[in-house]
Design a binder for this molecule. Structure first.
Ligand code: GLA
Length: 337
C-alpha cells in the first residue's frame, strides 16, 4: 500500500500574443499564462488513474502503468494518461477535474490539464522539466508533433507578464504587459478542424526548409528566397519573419507603443494566412471586424489556427465579445496534505 496524499493542483491556459508556428523550429514565442485554467483535486495513491470532469462526460479509469495513452476512453483522459505514461507512474490519482477554459478553442486547455496532472502526480516543479514532460505527453496522447510553447507558458507563467521564450535554448524572459493594454480572446465560432494532420504537414515542410538552409530563425532572407519549392519557401518565410516580429513586439510593449504592437499582430496574422496558410475565412473576418473597432490596436489568430480564437490588443475601456484575459502566474499546487 502506498501512502495517500490529498492534492489540489492548478494550471493556467495560455494565449499567444505573437509567434505562432515558430516553437518547433527553435524560434521565438510570446505567450502569456491566463487567469483561466484547470484544477485537479485528487487523492494520490493506489495504482489507478480515476478522474471525473465537471465539463466533459465519462469517467477515466486506467490501470497503471499506462502503455497506450492514445486509445484511452473517454478521449479527454488521454492527456492525463499521456502524463502518467511519460512519468512511468505506478502511483495514481482518484479525483475530479474542473476547468473554466473554453475547451478546444486555442487557449491550451489540454496543456493546462497535462500540467495540472503532472503536479498532482507529484512531479517536482521545475517549469522547463514539467513542460518537456507534458509536451511529450501531448505528443503521445494525440500523435501531433507539437512544440513546447503551450506547456511551458502554463508551467512558467508570471503574473502581469508575457513570456519571451527562445525555443532553441528554452530561456524565458518575462515582459511586462503595459497597464493601459487590455488583451481579449474572441472565438471565431469555428471549432478547430483538420488541425492534427495539417499541423504535422506544416512542421515537416519547415523541417525540409531547415535541412536546406539551417535553423530558420537565423536564416538570411536570400537563403530563404532561394528555396526551390514555393510552399516550403513560404513556410520558411513565415517562421523567419514571425521571429523578427516577436522581437519587435517585445520592444513595442516595453516602450508602451501599443499602436506598433497592434500593427505587428496584424502583420503576423497576414503571414499566418498567406505564407503559412493556417487561417480560415472566419478567422480573417473576425480579425477585420475587431481591428475596425475604435480602441482596438490589433488582432491575430492565436495558436495552431484552422479555427479557434483570435487575440486582440485594445484600450482598457473597450468591450469585445469574448474573454478579457490577464497574465497569471504559472501552475502550482494549491494544497497538498
Ligand atoms: C499548438 C502547439 C504549439 C505551437 C502552436 C502554434 O498550440 O501545441 O506547440 O506550435 O500550435 O504556434
Amino acid at each position: 500500500m502506498n501512502e495517500r496524499v490529498t492534492v489540489t493542483a492548478w494550471a493556467p491556459g495560455r494565449v499567444n500574443l505573437i509567434g505562432d508556428h515558430t516553437d518547433y523550429m527553435g524560434g521565438l514565442v510570446l505567450p502569456m499564462a491566463v487567469q483561466l485554467g484547470t484544477t485537479v483535486s485528487a487523492v494520490r495513491g493506489g495504482n489507478k488513474l480515476e478522474l471525473t470532469s465537471g465539463q466533459l462526460p465519462g469517467t477515466v479509469s486506467i490501470q497503471l502503468p499506462v502503455t497506450h495513452p492514445d486509445v484511452v476512453e473517454p478521449s479527454w483522459g488521454r492527456y492525463a494518461a499521456g502524463v502518467a505514461s511519460v512519468l512511468g507512474a505506478e502511483v495514481g490519482l482518484r479525483g475530479h477535474v474542473e476547468s473554466d477554459l473554453p475547451i478546444g478553442s486555442g487557449l491550451s486547455s489540454s496543456a493546462s490539464f497535462e500540467v495540472a496532472v503532472a503536479l498532482a502526480l507529484g512531479t517536482p516543479g521545475d517549469p522547463v522539466e514539467v513542460a518537456r514532460l507534458c509536451q511529450t505527453a501531448e505528443q503521445r496522447a494525440t500523435g501531433v508533433p507539437c512544440g513546447i510553447m503551450d506547456q511551458l507558458a502554463s508551467a512558467a507563467g508570471v503574473s502581469g507578464h508575457a513570456l519571451l521564450i527562445d525555443c532553441a535554448t528554452l530561456s524565458i524572459e518575462p515582459v511586462p504587459i503595459p497597464d493601459d493594454a487590455a488583451i481579449w480572446v474572441v472565438h471565431s465560432g469555428q471549432e478547430r478542424g483538420l488541425v492534427d494532420s495539417a499541423y504535422a504537414q506544416r512542421r515537416s515542410e519547415c523541417e525540409k526548409a531547415a535541412e536546406a538552409v539551417g535553423p530558420l530563425p537565423l536564416a538570411s532572407h536570400s537563403d530563404i528566397e532561394s528555396l526551390e519549392d514555393p510552399i516550403v519557401r513560404a513556410r520558411a518565410r513565415h517562421v523567419r519573419s514571425e521571429c523578427a516580429r516577436v522581437s519587435d513586439m517585445v520592444a513595442a510593449l516595453r516602450s508602451g507603443d501599443l499602436g506598433s504592437a497592434g500593427h505587428l499582430m496584424v502583420e503576423s496574422h497576414r503571414s499566418l494566412r498567406d505564407d503559412f496558410e493556417v487561417s480560415t475565412p472566419q478567422l480573417d473576418g473576425l480579425v477585420d471586424d475587431l481591428t475596425s473597432r475604435p480602441g482596438v490596436h490589433g488582432a491575430r489568430l492565436t495558436g495552431a489556427g484552422f479555427g479557434g480564437c483570435v487575440v486582440a490588443l485594445a484600450d482598457p475601456e473597450v468591450e469585445l465579445p469574448g474573454w478579457r484575459v490577464s497574465a497569471a502566474e504559472g501552475a502550482h499546487l494549491i494544497d497538498s496534505a
